[in-house]
Design a protein around this ligand. Sequence first.
Ligand code: NCD
Length: 304
Amino acid sequence: MNSPARGSLLGIEHLEAKEILGLLKLARRMNPLKARPLLRGKRIVLLFYEASTRTRSSFELAAKALGATTVLVHSSGSSIEKGESLLDTGYTLRAVGADCIVMRHPAAGAPYLIARHLDIPVVNAGDGMHEHPSQALLDAFTILKHKKSFKGLLVAIIGDILHSRVARSACHLLTKFGVKVTLCGPPELVPDVAATLVPGLRVTRYIEDALRGTDVILLLRVQEERLAGERIHLQDYIARYQMTAARLKLARRDAVVMHPGPIIRGLELTSEVADCPQSVIRDAVRNGVPTRMAILARALGRAR
Ligand code: NCD
């Protein structure tokens, strides 16, 4: 067991603010449309044990824009289905020549386990309900694009925070820059203890309270696949927490609406909100490519 290889990105919690700013600066210099062969000859394996659309495609396109070769290994259709252990899969991928592994896994800590046993950088593309660092970085990139600075910002995170690695990484990142974050949702999805994750968080049960004066609204999907026995009454959820055009008016006039996707229209937000001029949902997806180019360049020591 070693410490993770230099360049690994396992979470936001232990990153310093200056490392985050360095990655964001590098991301701003990346142009997905202009190939730069920084990673030519490098082999990047995308190891996905869970469904993914945005994260997987943008990591792959980011790697290719930098000239790397990519291989996708998905838990279905690979030897994982035959019972191969996580570590053995990692050793196998290293043996075929992987220079970096980008991985998504349903268990919190799985990327740390692989990173401690392999001598190559590991990038966490989402581990259970724990962290999703590349998402937090692309969300920060998007916020800075629209708001210029973190100074004095109010951010409201609304929805299924309990099961959300996106919310956890976002809270770690934003509070490192002094952003005030309000968490909003019913107790089943936003327990009171959620506010104790890091200093600078506040919980409210009232969406009106969360929205008033806010600059950034980050909506989350109700992760029904992770609700272990708890039942959420969706009609009640919609009545109390759905983001509608009328509710959006409570936020600042220049507030932006974000959502990591996949969005469920008619549940956590209306179509009207998803497609309104204040929605930067698709812009954030676009920003995922340069952000992941920066993450991969850093992982493989080519962060210039
Ligand atoms: C999310 C995820 O998988 O963590 N999506 C994403 O990566 N953009 C959130 C979700 O599944 O709701």
